[in-house]
Design a protein around this ligand. Structure first.
Ligand SMILES: Nc1ncnc2c1ncn2[C@@H]1O[C@H](COP(=O)(O)OP(=O)(O)OP(=O)(O)O)[C@@H](O)[C@H]1O
Ligand SMILES: [Mg+2]
Length: 399
């Protein structure tokens, strides 16, 4: 296996995730799923692996919706995806032919859809899904919709009503689809932010409260260690001591994206050299990657998105993150707020608490068993300290 940070991996190179995929199967027996995680944790690859491990009789349709910009376009994609599964066993083909003009319809690979602009897209979607029930060979149809929040955000920018209608339509379909239809929504943008924005524009529904939330966490320690070992060994990099695999995995929070990055950087700097890799070389590579001005690990995003996520509350959210980044130990909620208050004396305690909850939901923070708060990911904390020029809490502890 070659390092491939951010690229698309072959199925045999997607390590671990077996327990999560089993969980997903169990939940999908009962209901649809909202698959959440911090960005770059590996959501898309979980979907890819799930596709290869689904039970016989389940039809899995995976589609990246990032570039879809209207309800109609969404329905066209969905119809093109459904077509191969419904074509032979149902009267979908006849229905499509009666739906509209062939001329001017969208082309999806070999499938030419009719032009159905004269029919409401919702109606077309309901009718298309109806055909599912005519095919007795399909026990269950699962849509894996990646980057659905991006699509909704894109639609909502020009047409918030259509974004609301789409969310409601999907909910209705889940209700009507019975046991035969399930959906998995995921994406790098939190769906709760999109729904929150829609609520400020008059939306009053709870469009995903029938879905089970499942979190994609970093790899297990053993899988992360194994990935480090495999990437270094396959690139002919020898290590001075085998504990380097575990130390590397731990230093990057067992995140496969960073593991691929570290391996790629080490291959660039060390391949062909006679000396074996030691921890000093690896930890220097990690530090340089976190601090590099060209931001190879895309960490800048953690600050940039606070503008969109927290709007007018952004200064307070940065103050909370600064307070926790500067502390070597987890802090109680009261102490975190006390340290963050600084120049924000007029902010009410409830507002601080709401923000803290949101920062947990957005994967910046976690609470430990004692209720204390800390950064969820060590790499993000290290970058935050570096980027914001905060005192390094790790050095304070050593002193
Ligand atoms: N199970 C895995 N085994 C090995 N490498 C992985 C695995 N999952 C993810 N990766 C690595 O991490 C990168 C990011 O993974 P992926 O694109 O699945 O993340 P994501 O959570 O979908 O990201 P985004 O939030 O940007 O959509 C991959 O390109 C690959 O380098
Ligand atoms: Mg993804």
């Amino acid at each position: 296996m070659k390092p491939n940070p951010g690229g698309q991996l072959a199925p045999q190179d997607i390590v671990g995730r077996d327990a999560l995929i089993q969980d997903l199967k169990d939940v999908l027996e009962q209901q649809s799923v909202l698959l959440v995680a911090e960005r770059r944790v590996g959501k898309t690859h979980v979907l890819e692996k799930f596709k290869t491990m689904a039970p016989a009789g389940w039809v899995i349709i995976k589609r990246d919706l990032e570039s879809v910009r209207s309800g109609r376009e969404f329905v066209e994609c969905t119809m093109a995806d459904l077509y191969p599964h419904l074509e032979t066993k149902t009267n979908l083909r006849n229905w499509l032919q009666n739906l509209g003009e062939q001329a001017g319809g969208a082309q999806f690979g070999p499938i030419k859809l009719p032009n159905f602009t004269h029919r409401p897209w919702k109606q077309v979607l309901y009718e298309a899904i109806d055909h599912l029930h005519q095919n007795p060979d399909i026990e269950r149809l699962i849509f894996l919709w990646d980057e659905l929040p991006w699509m909704l955000q894109g639609i909502a920018k020009t047409n918030p009503t259509e974004a609301m209608e789409l969310l409601d339509t999907l909910r209705t379909l889940r209700q009507q689809g019975g046991n035969k239809l399930r959906m998995v929504f995921t994406g790098s943008l939190g769906l709760h932010h999109i729904i929150r924005t829609l609520k400020t524009q008059g939306y009053a529904n709870a469009p995903i409260n029938d879905m089970q939330l499942v979190e994609v966490k970093p790899l297990s320690t053993a899988d992360a260690q194994g990935l480090v070992q495999r990437l270094l060994t396959d690139s002919q990099l020898q290590v001075e001591h085998p504990d380097l695999y575990a130390r590397t995995a731990q230093a990057v929070d067992c995140m496969p994206y960073y593991i691929h990055h570290v391996a790629a950087a080490l291959v660039r700097t060390h391949r062909g050299r006679s000396e074996k890799l030691d921890w000093a070389a690896v930890s220097a590579t990690i530090a340089q990657s976190i601090q590099a001005p060209h931001d190879p690990w895309n960490l800048q995003h953690y600050e940039e998105r606070t503008q969109e996520y927290y709007g007018t509350q952004r200064p307070q959210s940065l103050a909370l993150l600064d307070a926790l980044a500067s502390s070597a130990e987890p802090l109680s909620i009261t102490d975190t707020i006390k340290r963050a208050r600084g120049t924000h004396l007029d902010v009410e305690p409830r507002e601080w608490q709401d923000l803290i909850r949101l920062l947990q939901r957005d994967h910046y923070l976690v609470r430990d068993d004692g209720g204390n708060l800390a950064f969820k990911f060590g790499v993000v904390k290290r970058w935050w300290v570096w980027h914001r020029g905060l005192p390094n809490p790790a050095q304070g502890r050593q002193a």
